[in-house]
Design a protein around this ligand. Sequence first.
Ligand SMILES: [Ca+2]
Length: 113
Amino acid sequence: MKKALGRIAAAAVVATVGLAVAPAPASAAGETLFVYVDEAWGGPGYKVTGALPDLAPHNINDKITSLKVQLGCWRLFADANYRGDSISYYTGWVQTNLGYDGLNDRVSSIKPC
Ligand SMILES: [Ca+2]
């Protein structure tokens, strides 16, 4: 199982090349979150390494359905600028469908906790 997850993470990194989802450099702590458009880490994956107050410019606004936290604590918000319903996920957390937390296809901003 760990091997399979590792491959998914590697694929996600490749998928982010050329995309501007994470323009900021990785934080000093190396905090990294992977988010995916489809359930159970399917569809396009995006690597997040810093605060994103508005996902719209990154073309993933209200599209995120699953995630994996590689490192750190990340809080996802239903509205831009860290407003609205929110939930935090921690290192090692995997979520196959954000619908379980009421945020499927609703996330509009993300930042480290
Ligand atoms: Ca939203």
